[in-house]
Each structure stands twice: as C-alpha cells, then as structure tokens.
Design a protein around this ligand. Structure first.
Ligand code: CA
Length: 252
C-alpha cells in the first residue's frame, strides 16, 4: 500500500544526538515505509531540513550546537520551512519544556521515554491532519465559489481578527500576525462559530484530529500562545470557566 505513495511524500528528518534513540526512531519509521534521514546536532539538522524539505521533522529538545527550540524557531522564521510540521521530543513530565516547544511552533510533542509505536502513531496523526492544508492557489481551489468551498478553508472574521486558512494568514486590524498551523486551526475553529462554547475535548478533535494522545492541557497552551499573538485583541478568545473557550466580538 505504501508503494502507491511517492517516497518524497513520506520523507522525515530525525534530529537526535543520542545514537540509540536515533536508531530506534529511524528503524521504526522506515519499517512504516517512511524515507528517513538523520542528523545528530541542531545545526546539521537545520541544514538537512533546508535541503531535504521533508514532510515532517522529529526534533529532540536537547541538542548540541543548536537546541531544539532554536531549530524550531529558525524553521518557523523561514518561509521555505515554516509549514513543515515538527514533533518535539521532550524530557518526561517536564511541562515547561512542553510549553516552550509548542510556544515556538512545534505541532506536537512526545515525552521521553516513549514507545516507538506511540511515536509512529503521532507522526501519522500529524501528517494526517496537515494533509489538505495546501494553499488554495496551489491546489486550484482558488476559483471555487465561496459557498461550495471547504468550510475548513473558509475565511472568517470577528472583532477585527481575520483568519484565512487557505492563505495561512491571520490579520489583526489589518496587520499580519504569524500563527503556527495548530494555533491557526484553533482560532479558526472558534471564529467559525462565534458565541458557541467549545469544550477542550471538542477543540482537541477539531484542531488536532482524532488523536487520543493529545491532552486538554495542550489546548490551553495553544490558546495562551494565540492570545499572546493577538495582543490587544486577545479577548476575542474568551475562557468559559469549567467548560472551555468561545470566540466573541469584544465590541458587542
Ligand atoms: Ca538530546
């Protein structure tokens, strides 16, 4: 079945300095049909991502030369690498690492020690939910009339905040604000239904896909990041205590 998928569509870069862990990840991903290339420090890893343009990056947090946070930041600041999903490997139970990792634009994280099966499942989940988010001008959907367009790609606007998933664009009072893919998805899900209260579980499903490993806590971290980036418009995303979140126009 994997033979029907082009190798280029299954390419993954693994950046991990511990040889034993790197080998385990490489072996398990290759067994699932992925084309894996590896690097053992952050600088070499960043160069490899730039040249290989993989479908996904598995990125250890603690790395020589350039740590995982710096690698992720550099990727998100570079138009050629901005869209490549990143799964961060963090130390077990270290919540500050998780918060930092998601804050610099990682799409998901796996805490060490992890089972290879879990990592492979996460990789597949992230690739699944990133499929179909190709910019409209690249998949020819740009000319489709508004009412038949994919609702997941529809441009929404509330309280001076515009989210345009097809263009991967967020405008706050006309100013371009850079959100990670996951943050954009979260904000879009809320703004599509202004006033509607979403539980964290509902947002997990809408934003992360059907991924049983993602915790409610992850949504809180993403909401915090979204609010920080919306700055003066942070109140567009309102916390409903004990329930979850909703979008509202602060001027109403
Ligand atoms: Ca390490």
């Amino acid at each position: 079945m994997n033979d029907t998928v082009a190798t280029a569509d299954r390419s993954i870069v693994v950046i991990e300095d511990e040889e034993a862990i790197r080998d385990v990840i490489e072996w398990n991903l290759q067994r699932e049909g992925f084309d894996v290339s590896t690097a053992r420090d952050g600088r070499a890893g960043l160069d490899l991502v730039r040249s290989a343009a993989p479908q996904l990056v598995v990125l250890d947090l603690m790395l020589p030369e350039l740590d995982g946070l710096d690698v992720c930041r550099a990727m998100r600041a570079d138009a050629a690498m901005r869209e490549i999903p990143v799964i961060m490997l963090t130390a077990k139970g270290d919540e500050s690492d998780i918060v930092l990792g998601l804050g610099v634009g990682a799409d998901d994280y796996v805490s060490k020690p992890f089972s290879p099966k879990e990592l492979v499942a996460r990789v597949q989940a992230v690739l699944r939910r990133n499929r179909g988010s190709v910019p409209a001008e690249e998949n020819g959907a740009a000319s489709e009339p508004e009412d038949t367009a994919d609702p997941d790609q529809r441009r929404v606007e509330l309280g001076g905040v515009i989210v345009d998933p097809a263009r991967h664009e967020v405008l706050v009072d006309g100013v371009d604000v850079r959100l990670t893919r996951t943050e954009l998805r979260l904000l879009h899900a809320l703004l599509r239904s202004p006033g509607r209260v979403f539980s964290r579980e509902q947002l997990v499903v809408r934003v992360m896909g059907d991924n049983a490993w993602v915790t409610d806590r992850t949504i809180d971290v993403h909401v915090r990041a979204v609010r920080r980036k919306l700055d003066t418009h942070a109140e567009v995303v309102e916390t409903i205590r004990g329930v979850g979140y909703r979008a509202r126009d602060p001027r109403d």
